[in-house]
Every structure is written in structure tokens, then in C-alpha cells.
Design a protein around this ligand. Structure first.
Ligand SMILES: [Zn+2]
Length: 388
């Protein structure tokens, strides 16, 4: 277990980061994210979505992303690479960058390492990500190598552009956090802190090929970043391949820098990745599945639309301490969902985020008390047991 010190607060790891695609974690208010019940210390913003709408000029004019959305805690922005990659046939990748059609208005757009860094600098999250290219989960070694080499060239360009932008900020004195750095107590250290400007993380690619993953990690570390992420998992490969890649790569990642697994996964996946050495996670599952009527519980997934819950007076999860489980029954939540009431998605999202964040809190406690192996076994057994 570790502590990640950012300019906007301290984050205990392992940590789960709710995804705030368009500057909002869908279906939940910021007050709830900040409450003691959820206590999300860091959320994600998606560069691709925010860049297309409302656009960087608008966000800049509103004082940056934190100011614009009213969130004072830490944020991480992705590079836009993955979203553009997910557009599939609508995009064209060249050495220079990626050309694609906007999903908003069909306009032809172009994203490159340099543009991604410019956008992320303007968004001003605590952590920015290098612009990468993702190979499909079942890519051949040759395809995955081509993609990995491109990602490495883009990583170098990302770092160069990022450093230039950061030095302009420092020189112009426009970064209040860097100004505060000079007043920081040099004795207060002890935990590795991220830079008080923005931090930049590099991304390891290589699909399901261990030789490529190792080479990608080695060469990304050579370029040098503030943290390292494993990208390109949960994109169509078998789950066993995903866990094997994490098991092989995570322990080789620099021990003094955060290790971030991008876009994964279920609560069971998070526990398995923590066991293999990962510190940071993000995933849309708790929010997206919540909107689609699915709850994550201590005994596995529960689909609220099922007829078996029509007069079920129990909470979603009797072992969950969240405010939704305190107040509402499965029967009511099912009624809301089937009636298309927006509160249905809101309540399921709230419970799901509470469940993910509480799972990570329990992981940290278990690690602290030297009980993680027991915790992992019991949690996994229980989650597979179902509600019968
Ligand atoms: Zn709950």
C-alpha cells in the first residue's frame, strides 16, 4: 500500500478512480463523490470528449477543468488515444497522429501526441497520459509490435511536448501550485510525491505478447515518466491472458512510481490486479452498468430487471453500508428502472460506486494489517456464491 501525493490532496493506494467522461461522473453529484460514504479522491476526465465538446477554448475561458466542473480534488485525463481507437473504421492512423470523424457533428478531426498534450495541459488535471495506440486484444505478434513501436515514438513526442508546455507554465508563473512548491516544507517528505505541476504517465502496450510487453515497459521507462500504466487490456483478449500479462508486467514496473491499470475491470479483477502489484484503476463498469440496471454486490452481479425482485423487500446487498441499501428495496429499485425513472440509474450508480470504493478501502485495510491473502480468498469465494 502506498500514498500518492498530488497538488490537490493525498490519495491512498490502491485506488479506484470513477470515470467522468464529459466532466461528469454520469448519474451522481459531486457532493456524493466527496462524501465520507464514497470519498472518491480522484476522478477521470476524457480528453477526447471534452476536446470535442464543449471544447478547450470554453474550458480555458471558464478557468480550467476543475473550476469549470466544480471539483477541487485530483483528476486524471486520458490522452484521447483509446477513444479514437474505439471509433474503429471511422479513424485513420498515420505516423503523425490519428484522423477521425467526430461522433458529435461528423467533422474531420486530427489528434496527435502534441495536440493531446496541449489539450491536457489546458484541462490541467494532476495526471496526464501519453498519447498511445492500442492493438486489438488478439493482435498477432507482428501487428502488436508495429503498434508498440508507434506508441514508443509517440511516447517520446508526448514527453517532449509536455515538458515544453510545463516549462512555459513555470516560466510565466501561471501555475499556482508550482509557486507554492517553493514554500513546501522540505522535511515533510517520506512518500513519493508527484510533481506540483502536472505529472505525465507513460503507457505500456504489446497486447497479449509477453516479449513485447516487457520490451515496451523497458523502453517506456528509458524515456522516463512520473508513473506507468498498462494499457490495451480488456479489449477482447481472454481474461486469463489479461491476468497473465498483469502478473508478468506489474512486478517489473518501477517500484517507486505509481502503477496504473487502465480501463479494468470488475471488483474481482481489481483484487487480482492488486495481488499482482497494481496501484491505480479506472473503469466505467459501476456507472455504465448501474444505468443499465445492473448492481455489483458482495455476492456477484444482480440484474434489477429480473422478475424475481418484484416484491423483494431486501436491499441490493445486505452487506453494503451505502445510503441506497439503507433506504431502498430491490422491489422499488426494480420499479424505478422498469418505469424509466431517472432515479433508478442514479441510485444503482450510487450503490455501485460505493461498492467499488468500499472494496478498495477494505483492500487497503487488509494490506495494512497483513491480511490481504485472507481477504482475497474470502472476497472471491463470497462474490462467486450468488444470491440464490
Ligand atoms: Zn449499497
Amino acid at each position: 500500500m502506498g500514498v500518492l501525493t498530488t497538488r490537490r490532496g493525498v490519495i491512498e493506494t490502491p485506488v479506484f478512480m470513477p470515470v467522468g467522461t464529459a466532466g461528469t461522473v454520469k448519474g451522481i453529484r459531486f457532493e456524493a463523490l466527496e462524501s465520507a460514504e464514497l470519498d472518491a479522491r480522484i476522478i477521470l476526465g476524457n480528453t477526447y470528449h471534452l476536446w470535442l465538446r464543449p471544447g478547450i477554448e470554453t474550458i480555458k475561458a471558464c478557468g480550467g477543468l476543475h473550476e469549470f466542473i466544480g471539483w477541487e480534488r485530483a483528476m486524471l485525463t486520458d490522452s484521447g488515444g483509446f477513444q479514437v481507437w474505439s471509433l474503429g473504421a471511422l479513424r485513420k492512423i498515420t505516423e503523425e497522429g490519428t484522423e477521425f470523424r467526430s461522433h458529435v457533428d461528423g467533422a474531420l478531426c486530427f489528434l496527435s501526441p502534441e495536440i493531446s498534450m496541449e489539450v491536457q495541459e489546458a484541462l490541467d488535471a494532476e495526471i496526464a497520459m501519453a498519447f498511445d495506440e492500442c492493438a486489438p486484444g488478439k493482435a498477432t505478434n507482428e501487428e502488436a509490435r508495429r503498434s508498440m513501436e508507434l506508441t514508443l515514438r509517440w511516447a517520446k513526442r508526448s514527453k517532449k511536448a509536455f515538458e515544453k508546455l510545463q516549462s512555459v507554465r513555470t516560466a510565466s508563473g501561471s501555475d499556482r501550485f508550482v509557486a507554492e512548491e517553493s514554500r513546501a516544507d522540505p522535511q515533510a517528505g517520506g512518500t513519493p510525491a508527484l510533481p506540483l505541476g502536472q505529472a505525465l504517465f507513460g503507457i505500456v502496450q504489446g497486447a497479449g505478447h509477453f516479449d513485447l510487453r516487457r520490451e515496451s515497459l523497458e523502453r517506456t521507462v528509458e524515456i522516463g515518466f512520473d508513473g506507468y500504466a498498462i494499457g490495451g487490456l480488456s479489449v477482447g483478449e481472454e481474461k486469463s491472458v489479461m491476468l497473465d500479462v498483469i502478473e508478468d508486467v506489474a512486478p517489473r514496473m518501477p517500484a517507486d512510481k505509481p502503477r496504473y491499470l487502465m480501463g479494468v475491470g470488475t471488483p474481482e479483477d481489481l483484487i487480482e490486479a492488486v495481488a499482482r502489484g497494481v496501484d491505480m484503476f479506472d473503469c466505467v463498469l459501476p456507472t455504465r452498468n448501474g444505468r443499465n440496471g445492473q448492481a455489483f454486490t458482495s455476492r456477484g452481479k444482480l440484474n434489477i430487471k429480473n422478475a424475481q425482485y418484484v416484491v423483494d423487500q431486501q436491499p441490493l446487498d445486505e452487506d453494503c453500508g451505502c445510503s441506497v441499501c439503507h433506504r431502498h428495496s430491490r422491489a422499488f429499485l426494480r420499479h424505478l428502472y422498469l418505469s424509466g425513472e431517472m432515479l433508478g440509474g442514479i441510485l444503482l450508480t450510487h450503490h455501485n460506486l460505493a461498492f467499488f470504493l468500499d472494496t478498495m478501502r477494505r483492500v487497503r485495510q487488509a494490506i495494512r494489517s497483513g491480511q490481504f491473502a485472507n481477504f482475497r480468498r474470502e472476497y472471491t469465494e463470497q462474490i462467486g456464491s450468488g444470491w440464490g
